[in-house]
Design a protein around this ligand. Structure first.
Ligand SMILES: O=C(O)CCC(=O)C(=O)O
Ligand SMILES: [Fe+2]
Length: 342
């Protein structure tokens, strides 16, 4: 891969058109060159040509807005503190990132499966599997959210295959860690304006735990990504595009050739609300991510060494690490035995 010696532009992220994969060998080769560069150099890009229609998006966004309009008591009836599986509603102020309070409320939704309580000697991450909590009287929310998980799993699967191809790997290298036991995750998120504490931490700087995140954001803005210069740069909303970022497992898989990028959300000003829907394309909880075989492996710098954030190749442990950190009330109520002594 040759890189032109121009200074990177920080005003916009690379724009990737997934539909180019179906427009003949030349268009596909250009797509691969762009994807390779976006994933290797930035770890973040805007995705268009993904095939998800405006109507599908409207259905999800409409149901999300209806959820956040419910009286607080109805949202709190499905508080995630009730769920040892970290599913349900987190009220504003109950979530932590980087040890500090985030200023957003959200509904966490995963694949709809029966609880699997880990038996003696079984990995504790099986706690992450379990039923969702749904609000009463809003059946369209369940329908739209589960449809979105299916739909975006398909888009992410296609994107991952093109991404692996773009760096010279077998497109199906990780097929076996997904499949019907994959562990996708969806958040419906509201940032209810500024907390007025001067910190403006909508959500603090973090990396996502899995392979790929496909984020739908509204037109308010506030998402920022840490670029090569170390500075957090705004990610201006692009109508109809998903913001895609690489998660920690792709960093582990490629020994740091691809990077999971730090990102955060600055609270909207005053009483302005911002809505977003991150979709996390995650493998099975018990998937152990094997090192990717690809021609740039020898050029890989190794994974980020941060004692405060160890990266686990066995996916369930990587997600559990994050959930225990982000949701201390759930952790203390249901999983005190998993918390390391302070
Ligand atoms: O709301 C956003 O724009 C980003 C949210 C995010 O990064 C996350 O929940 O992991
Ligand atoms: Fe994130």
């Amino acid at each position: 891969m040759t890189h032109l010696a121009t200074a990177p532009s920080y005003d916009q992220l690379p724009l990737i058109d997934l539909s180019a994969a179906d427009r003949g060998p030349q268009a596909r080769a250009l797509l691969h060159a762009q994807l390779h560069s976006a994933a290797h150099d930035v770890g973040f890009f805007q995705l268009v040509g993904h095939g998800v229609s405006g109507e599908e998006t409207e259905r999800l966004v409409g149901a999300m807005r209806a959820f956040f309009r419910l009286p607080e008591a109805e949202r709190l009836a499905i508080d995630n503190v009730n769920s040892p599986h970290f599913r349900g509603y987190t009220r504003t102020g109950d979530e932590r990132t980087g040890g500090r309070q985030d200023w957003r409320d959200q509904l966490d939704i995963g694949a709809e499966r029966a609880a699997r309580v880990p038996g003696p000697g079984e990995p504790s991450y099986w706690w992450l599997q379990g039923p969702n909590q749904w609000p009463g009287g809003l059946p369209e929310l369940r329908e739209a959210a589960l449809a979105w998980i299916d739909r975006l799993s398909g888009v992410a699967e296609r994107l991952l295959r093109e991404l692996l191809t773009s760096i010279g790997a077998e497109p199906g290298f990780y097929d076996s860690v997904f499949g019907e036991h994959a562990h996708p995750h969806l958040k419906l998120v509201r940032y209810p304006g500024s907390p007025g504490d001067g910190a403006g931490q909508g959500v603090g700087a973090h990396k996502d735990y899995g392979f790929l995140t496909l984020l739908l954001q509204d037109q308010v803005g506030g998402l920022q990504v840490q670029r090569e210069d170390g500075v957090f740069h705004d990610v201006p909303p692009v109508e109809g595009a998903f913001v895609v970022n690489l998660g920690e497992l792709l960093e582990v898989a490629t020994n740091g050739y691809l990077v999971a990028t730090n990102h955060r959300v600055v609270s909207p000003p005053g009483a302005v609300e911002r809505f977003s829907v991150p979709f996390f394309y995650n493998p099975r909880l018990d998937a152990r991510v094997e090192p990717l075989v690809f021609p740039y492996a020898s050029a890989a710098p190794g994974v980020t060494d941060d004692p405060g954030n160890p990266l686990f190749a066995e996916y369930g442990f990587n997600e559990l690490k994050g959930k225990l950190r982000a949701h201390p009330l759930v952790a203390e109520r249901h999983h005190a035995e998993l918390l390391s002594p302070a």
